[in-house]
Design a protein around this ligand. Sequence first.
Ligand SMILES: [Zn+2]
Length: 250
Amino acid sequence: MTNIVLNEKACAEYALENLILGSKPTETLGRVARYYYSIGYKKKEIGSLLEDFMLKCDPTINIVKWQATIDKQVNSADKYELIDISGVEITQSEIDKIQQIEGKLLQRLMFTMLCLAKYGNAINPNNNNWVNRKDKEIFSLANITLTTKRQSLLINDLWTMQYIGYSRVVDNININVKIVDNESPTVLYISDFRNLGNQYMRYCGEKYIECECCGKVVKEKHGKQRYCTECATEIDRQKSLERYYKSHNS
Ligand SMILES: [Zn+2]
């Protein structure tokens, strides 16, 4: 699952503090390497710091196998600065244009592309409204489940309407979002890049809730719902554990 990080410094510090390599170790290593570089370490020092970090995370790890990855991350530690933005602003004119599109599915897709283009602009001033991600990733962020064929048709619809321009490179599409208008007043602030499609639906007044535990925006399945499915399951598990211990201690 895609994870778009807005604050890489906090993310690197969290990984270092809690010794978490995560499900994408290469990404974590890259972030930690750039973090060390940002606080003044030399590349040579960063290499051994990364090794230490990996061994602390997993003492059984075969560090030799990871050497090439570590070297690569150390080498590019000075290429990109750590991402540190609080979110992106969506403006009235952008929302107006999206709402002129027929159908919520296409609107959701366009909204997601807009957020991604603005994210790209925020982390790279030369981005010029481009989005370069896999179709799969874009549709997952838009909370749209469709066959690849239908995905292409939707993208093509937006292209026909001249909302986007694109060039296709293997399974990636480089999309240029044409509806960015930073001069118009801000109406929505996106500070969480999970479930962008759901966030759009919630903005439109549909029944979506923000999970009180993890903050993710999910479709409301019943009234009084406070948590997303994952958090609700975890909370239930904790509660039954507590009940179990209570009944066995009295
Ligand atoms: Zn949750």
